[in-house]
Structures are given as C-alpha cells and as structure tokens.
Design a binder for this molecule. Structure first.
Ligand SMILES: [Zn+2]
Ligand SMILES: [Zn+2]
Length: 389
C-alpha cells in the first residue's frame, strides 16, 4: 500500500510499504477514505519529537471502511464505516475505566522510553514516535486499528467524511480544551492559536455558553475564520496581547485561557523568542513556551488555564509566582477522544456545528509532501489539509 512516511527533518515521502495485517484478536484493518494532517504532525515534521525513525508511517486523524476484523471484535463487521480516535486505548484498564483513554495503561509497548522522559507513560498514539508506541499511522491506504472494538466509532452513511473525520482528534481536542477550562455561560475566554484545534476550541466555548471568546494569532485567514465563528480577534504582531486582554476585560483578564499552540510558539518580541529558539535549537529546553507564560500571566485571578497545544519535554521560565499567588488552576492533556466522540457526533448530527468549516485544502494522498509544506508555511491561506487515498 501507499503511505506517508517520515524520512527526516522537514521531509516526508509517499512510499510503498507492506499492507497491515491482523496481529491481535481485537484488531481491525481499515481501508482509509479520508485522513488529515494535524498541527501536531508539524512537530514531527520539524524534528522536535524524539524517537522518530526513518520510514515511520505518519497520521493520526483518519476514518474509513472496515475490511477485516480479528476474532475478538464482536461489534464491527466488514463494510462498517468508522472514525478512529488518535489515542490507542484498551477500554478495560484503570485509566480507560475512568474515561482517561489518552492514558491507557495497555497500549504503549515502549512505555519504558516515555517513563524515562515523563515519569510515567501516557497511551500510545497512531503515527507519533516510538516513545508513544511506534504504531504506523493513518496517512495511508490502510491502517491496523488495535482494540478496534473499543476505539473505532461507527458512523452511518448519511454524514459525509468531512463532517465526521475530525471526531478523530481536533474537534474533541478543542472541546476538551474548553471543558478543562470549565468554560460556561458568562465566561470571557482567550484562545491562543487559531489553527484547526484553536478553531474547535473557540467553537466549543460557544457551544458551552461562553459570552465572549478572544482569538489570538498573527495569520490573517485564521483570524478571519475565528471571527466568522463569533470570536473577537487579536493579532499579536500588532498589539501587546497582555495589555489588549486587560483592556478588553476591564483590567481583570480573561476568566479562562486556552493554549492551543504548544511547543513551537512564535513571539513578536524578539529577545524572549530568540532566547527560547536558541535554547530549543541546542537542546537546552524542548519548548518555546511563550504562549504558556502569557496565558498564565494574562488569566484573571482565580481563573483556569487549559493546555491542549502539545509540549514534549521541559519548559523554562514558567511564571510560578503568578500561578501560585493568584489561585490559578491549570489543566493539560492529550484528549480522551473516546469519551467525547458520541456526544460531539450528536452535535454534528443536530447541525449545531459543521466541522468541515476548517478545511481549506483537499489533496490526494500522493500530494502529502506538498500538504505538509503548505500547512507548515500557512501558504495559500492553508488552515487544514485533508488527504484522500
Ligand atoms: Zn492531531
Ligand atoms: Zn486502557
């Protein structure tokens, strides 16, 4: 089959690789009909996530048709249409039983590597380094889906791929960002990053009754899209974000702050960005945590900071004094996709949201290298790339 392979820093190739086969009782093989490039794939593309190997198959947002099931998969049949969550979860361990499927204790065979870096291992993810399981991803013609009886969500045929594909990651991730921030009626929320996840965080804040959402980015087309969803916008290259946020909220700051940027934040002010960039480049820190610092110090007293942008390792100059003295709460996590999928599918069915609003580029799988480059450069007003095998 053809698959998008990581071939080194800033390099992906569509190659012929062996077809996946059933290895375990609870596996299914899915013939992929739609898949997408995620912002977090760009961290791999840029070489910031350790333990990638030449030839690894990328992709963790995909859906398709079941073509084979293992003997332990009783609830799926050949021909079923499924969306697959990006974390791989068994459904029966302690973490899964508590709904924390991105922390599944059974899916990561390389947990030891993750433990060295993080203390304990989270769940394995599709197509996201050997530290996180080494599972081939879904930017391919076929994928093996472990624990398919628990993971793969069946969807009926009346909703097109583009409306349900993002249940695999970015819609639930954005929603969990709003939920971790405890966004509710009357809240003023600031969202850093108006990429695809940021857009779904904004939309989810409104679904949960937020009064105002302020989107922060520097790319025009992203800010335009956020505005169409109902957000107010700030271009961080034009204004000082902390000052603007204070001014827009009577000096108090936003009640809730969501970091939808993560480890590769840009910063309009040269000195601090240069500090982070240099330290990251020589391996002295793994993140450029500018957004995280700004979200903490901008947040209203007693507010909540929610982190859904991906971080990989260690962060410098975290404003602990601001965080501690002002009774802030911070929550962070890879999304427990499984627990949000059914309820968000209902929102799609009801017409509360049409997730396809973020798609700007529809390419064939063979054009994945162009897709990565265009998405990285935000060229051609690129917001989200969908690939069809
Ligand atoms: Zn993703
Ligand atoms: Zn589990």
């Amino acid at each position: 089959m053809r698959a998008t392979c990581w071939t080194g820093k800033r390099s992906v190739e569509v190659r012929e690789v062996p077809d996946p086969t059933i290895l375990n009782r609870r596996d299914a093989i899915v013939k992929i009909t739609s898949t997408a490039i995620c912002g977090s794939d760009l961290h791999l593309y840029n070489g910031f996530i350790p333990t990638m190997r030449e030839g690894d198959v990328l992709g963790h947002e995909f859906m398709g048709e079941v073509v084979e099931v293992g003997p332990g998969v009783g609830n799926l049949a050949v021909g079923d249409r499924v969306v697959v969550p990006f974390p791989i979860a068994c459904g029966v361990c302690g973490a899964c039983e508590r709904g924390m499927t991105s922390l599944c204790e059974n899916s990561n065979p390389n947990a030891g590597i993750a433990e060295k870096l993080m203390g304990h291992s989270p769940a394995a993810l599709f197509g996201y380094s050997h530290m996180l399981g080494g599972y081939p991803g879904g930017q391919a013609e076929y994928a093996r889906v472990p624990f398919a009886d628990f993971g793969a969500l069946k969807v009926e045929s009346d909703l097109p791929d583009e409306k349900v594909l993002f249940l695999s990651d970015i819609f639930p991730t954005g929603y969990m960002g709003a939920e971790m921030a405890e966004v509710g009626p009357g809240d003023v929320v600031a969202v850093w990053g108006a990429g695809p996840v940021g857009q779904f965080a904004i939309a989810s804040c409104f679904l949960r009754g937020a009064e105002r959402v302020i989107a922060i980015d520097r790319i025009d087309h992203r800010l335009r899209l956020a505005k169409e969803t109902g957000a107010e916008t700030l271009d961080y290259e034009q204004v000082s974000v902390p000052e603007a946020l204070a001014e827009m909220t009577g000096g108090r700051g936003p009640d809730k702050c969501i970091d939808a940027v993560g480890m590769e934040a840009h910063h309009a002010v040269g000195a601090l960005h240069a500090y982070d960039r240099t330290k990251q480049a020589v391996g002295l820190e793994t993140e450029r945590p500018h957004v995280l610092r700004e979200a903490v110090t901008s947040c209203a007293n007693g507010g909540v900071v929610s982190v859904i942008g991906v971080y990989g390792g260690f962060t410098d100059k975290f404003p602990m004094g601001s965080f501690m003295n002002r009774y802030l709460t911070m929550r962070a996590g890879q999304c427990h996709v499984h627990r949000y999928m059914p309820r968000l599918l209902e929102h799609v069915r009801n017409g509360d949201i049409d997730p396809s609003f973020v798609i700007t580029h529809r390419l064939s799988l063979d054009d994945a290298p162009t897709g990565y480059r265009t998405f990285l450069d935000k060229a051609d007003d690129c917001e989200k790339v969908v690939l069809s095998p």
